[in-house]
Design a protein around this ligand. Structure first.
Ligand code: ADP
Ligand code: ZN
Length: 294
């Protein structure tokens, strides 16, 4: 029996697992993300101990995903400074020559949702996580999009609404980007507290839905996904999703003539089916694909 190792590398925690080829999870380990010196040895040991035959990684980024680059699999310009320019994939392999692959955490999530979850059967789909930050994975013609680097989605520029008390948002890089206007900390900045503790009918969620709808419109008119999957902590507030659907249709104003939008938007902008393990399952699928290629 071949074993496939999977790592979902996040800014606060690392989730590691071992799967068999049928996708049964054999063991899982979660460790806090500290410095590489503190966190890596235990992870290397976990995959060595299980003698995995292949490895798949879904990681926070930005990442170097150019397979011809000498720094392929490195974390690049992250604000998590201890991990900046860190050779994550190379060091995880620790000298072993096994099939391996890496992608962003959100690309891993859309791979999983497209193969096994809410976007099953779609060749084109997008997964966006709305949490402490906002990140999007883009799946085009059955593969995740890598281009110049890889899509970010979270830093697309939006049009601030006139009644927004923080129209510039809170992103240190951009004036009025999606993450700065609509990630959890932006909601927190408007209310002077944690969005988690608000009542469902607080008006800040209607503004939130408006910005997420602007994002959906931008995604629809650029990558034409067959499904938009919205996950992450903020989306656990279940009344946001229906507002996003309604506002997306309103902003599109009948321009995109697909029944998915005009009639079935409830099945078009959806919650993930594999949450909270979309990224981990996607990492396993990345490892499995690498194994199948050999
Ligand atoms: P991370 O992005 O760090 O992986 P999460 O996806 O859990 O973590 O997102 C955390 C963010 O989501 C925080 O900013 C928090 O305020 C917000 N959040 C979590 N639960 C809710 C909720 N039920 N309603 C609104 N915001 C929430
Ligand atoms: Zn930004």
């Amino acid at each position: 029996m071949k074993k496939i190792g999977a790592l979902e590398a996040g800014g606060t925690k690392m989730v590691l697992a071992v799967y068999d080829e049928q996708g049964n999870e054999l063991e899982r380990l979660t460790v806090p993300t500290l410095t590489p010196e503190e966190t890596m040895p235990g992870m290397i040991d976990f995959f060595r101990r299980h003698e995995v035959d292949a490895l798949g990684v879904g990681s926070f980024g930005p990442l170097d995903l150019d397979e011809n680059s000498p720094t392929y699999g490195n974390i690049t310009s992250t604000p998590k400074l201890a991990w900046k320019d860190y050779p994550l994939l190379k060091n995880l392999l620790d000298g072993r020559d096994i099939p391996a692959g890496i992608d962003t955490d959100v690309n891993a999530a859309i791979i999983a949702e497209a193969e096994l979850g809410a976007a099953q059967g779609c060749e084109n789909a997008v997964y966006v996580t709305v949490g402490t930050g906002i990140g999007g994975g883009v799946y085009v013609n059955g593969k995740t999009a890598h281009g110049l680097l890889h899509p970010e989605v979270g830093h697309m520029l939006l049009r601030p609404r006139a009644d927004d008390p923080i129209p510039h948002g809170v992103c240190p890089y951009h004036d009025g980007c999606l993450e700065g206007l609509a990630a959890g900390p932006a909601i927190g900045a408007r209310i002077g507290g944690d969005a988690k503790n608000l009542p469902d009918d607080h008006p800040v969620f209607e503004l939130e839905a408006h910005y997420l709808a602007q994002m959906c419109v931008n995604l629809i008119v650029t990558v034409s996904p067959q499904k938009i999957v919205l996950g992450g902590g903020v989306m656990q507030r279940e009344n946001i999703l229906p507002m996003v659907r309604k506002e997306t249709a309103r902003l599109l104003n009948g321009y995109v003539q697909s029944p998915m939008i005009t009639e079935n938007i409830d099945e078009y902008i959806v919650a993930p089916r594999l949450f909270p393990v979309s990224g981990l399952v996607g990492s396993y699928l990345i490892g499995k694909r690498a194994l199948e290629k050999t």
